[in-house]
Design a protein around this ligand. Sequence first.
Ligand SMILES: CC(C)(COP(=O)(O)OP(=O)(O)OC[C@H]1O[C@@H](n2cnc3c(N)ncnc32)[C@H](O)[C@@H]1OP(=O)(O)O)[C@@H](O)C(=O)NCCC(=O)NCCSC(=O)CCC(=O)c1ccccc1C(=O)O
Length: 283
Amino acid sequence: MAGMPETPTTWTPAATYEDIRYELSGDGIAKITINRPEVHNAFRPQTLIEISDALDRAREDTEVGVIILTGEGTKAFCSGGDQRVRGDSGYLTEPGKAGAVGRFHVTDLHIQMRRLPKPIIAMVAGYAIGGGHVLHLVCDLTIAADNAKFGQVGPKVGSFDGGFGAGLLAQMIGVKKAKEIWFLCEQYSADEAREMGMVNKVVPLADLETATVAWAQRMLTMSPFALRLMKASFNAAEDGLSGIQQLAHDANLLFYSTEEAAEGREAFKAKRRPEFEKFAKRP
Ligand SMILES: CC(C)(COP(=O)(O)OP(=O)(O)OC[C@H]1O[C@@H](n2cnc3c(N)ncnc32)[C@H](O)[C@@H]1OP(=O)(O)O)[C@@H](O)C(=O)NCCC(=O)NCCSC(=O)CCC(=O)c1ccccc1C(=O)O
């Protein structure tokens, strides 16, 4: 395939976790792999806590420009919340412990993924189901293998995601189709998901990683700050004031590098009047 790397990427482990793997390509890509194939990569709270930590790690690493989120093996990207640790008050960190109080760790994770100023690609082989489907929706791009299957199961298993799982989906594929997905809980092929607009590209399973890495490498040739601002701009429209806040604070980051902003800081430190009149009133 044109533009594909000629040799497979060699991934180097860069942190130790229980439920996930965190690896680096050495040329700017971080890969986070949910490593629970025995349950189709369903997530328990520990899994989400570790993904969150790995995302922070990738964010803070100035060598990393693109993040890939995937699942171990070819059978599943992620099958959503681990039903075995679902309690009556949310998902339990310590199932079986008397008085354990559950929560939805995934709520904060979705926000973290949207705020993270680097592109995240979902690399999907097999099932992206339930909360696993929402995870791929929240990623910036999705590349799917031809064996991928997409769908929500909430109403079938006594759950629902009225947050990004509903709103973002509706925005991507239209309200009627989003309602169909949630109300009927059926599964859709990779090609159907691409036609709907929630998958960017479908490739043969054997080419999934090389195709994903090729897109990541292409983004690594782009201006990182322009990508950051584009991600923030897309989210600003969807996330209301908190989205605008991120875009505005990114503008602040750039403003701080100007002589005009430095003049305010230096004048304060020198206890003198700032000489802002010397700066152009730009048209
Ligand atoms: C994914 C399936 C359709 C695959 O079916 P199949 O190929 O026949 O495989 P199975 O034999 O069913 O599965 C193999 C093996 O894995 C176990 N397993 C699969 N999924 C889970 C799971 N989610 N939790 C625990 N275990 C799982 C399965 O039991 C088998 O184990 P054995 O020991 O071999 O028996 C099918 O597996 C399936 O439908 N799975 C269940 C999907 C599901 O119920 N997911 C949870 C949906 S609810 C959710 O994700 C909560 C989170 C959420 O949605 C949410 C809620 C509110 C706010 C936000 C969110 C959010 O975004 O997360």
